[in-house]
Design a protein around this ligand. Sequence first.
Ligand code: ZN
Length: 427
Amino acid sequence: MARLKKEKVFRDPILNFISIRDKTILDLINSSEMQRLRRIKALGVANLVFHGGEQSRFQHSLGVYEITRRMVEHFDVNRPKFWDHDNDIVVMAAGLLHDIGHGAYSHTFEHIFGTNHEEFTQKIITDPSTEVNKILKRYDENLPNEVASVIAKTHPNKLLVSMISSQIDADRMDYLLRDAYFTGAEYGKYDIERILHLMYPTEEGIVFDISGVHSVEDYIVSRYQMYLQVYFHPASRGMEVVLENLLMRAQGLFTEEIQPEIFFPTIAAIFESGKDISVSNYLKLDDGVFTTAFGIWLNSKDKILSDLSRRFLDRKPFKSISYSGERDNRLIHLEKLVEENGFDKFWYSGTNNANDIPYKSYSARNKTKRPIQFIDGDGNLKGLSSLSDIVKSIDNMEVSDNRFFFPKELLKRSEELKKQYHDRKAF
Ligand code: ZN
């Protein structure tokens, strides 16, 4: 690997420093595709609830790279014979580039346009027109495919895959700490340094020294709490529903050529092609392109488009009440209340179902999903839930929250909705 003459160090609020020692990694960071991630927020619209949560995908990606680099460094101390240094560049580039295909307002964007950030990550790395592809190829002709297959979890080396995607990988380890820090949540903290020190490489993936059980247990509990307190927050999901309805309305007006003149080419490309948008057009999109469009749409002749744009820009989240998650009589009745009180249910209501399984010791659906394992003094492997009563109690437990969303004004117009809203369970 071509070493830099002098190490480059970037200060980082979470990991203290990001250390760059290789020219290929520095070139990748400076590529146009990586720099685009500065313009995409890591938490989508959650900054409208947690105002500190403005951090970008760029800084998260640097964090994942740094954690991957530190894993390699600790492998060298703990079990040098089990780590092949030819893999350094593969896994560090995979950590850095794992989110390169994220779109603007990631999850909402994907939902509306049918794009998939994982597919775009693969395309951006393997497409000969991109800068990252050229940089990786300069190092080795096959490097783009290798890096892409680590991220896609298809690489034959299970250890490399487990470092980037497993139940305790560099990606999750970074975003939990980073999101907790920037949102100001007092959850999500755990002792990353200790976990890295106690991590070993094996052919099947990473394992931990048995003395690290409680540090890893703390990481799982942090993840559980972050999902309930931050990622599932009803108000940010209320903003997501506004954004979804807004993008759908705009796309409908464009497709039916009702007001095509208000769409500039960057946005028109995604409305025209959806998931088949070209890589180069996809890379022109970021959060700012859409925010600018929403500002223009405030003055649209289409009253619904301008109203939804205003609700998004002025942060007027839809309110919500829990429902079963099924399209049952209650949901149909709630939609009727929206209509009866003067709103079109299609543009002014919506459902959002959030769910997560904080830890799975076994997956019937995905047999390759491994439990988190520890190695004892005799060299035996033991699963986390057999060592921790706390993790055992949430093992395979799905946490979910299904909500029906509607405009806040309805709480004044409908006594029935108001009563259901105030009777809601505390979140
Ligand atoms: Zn990530």
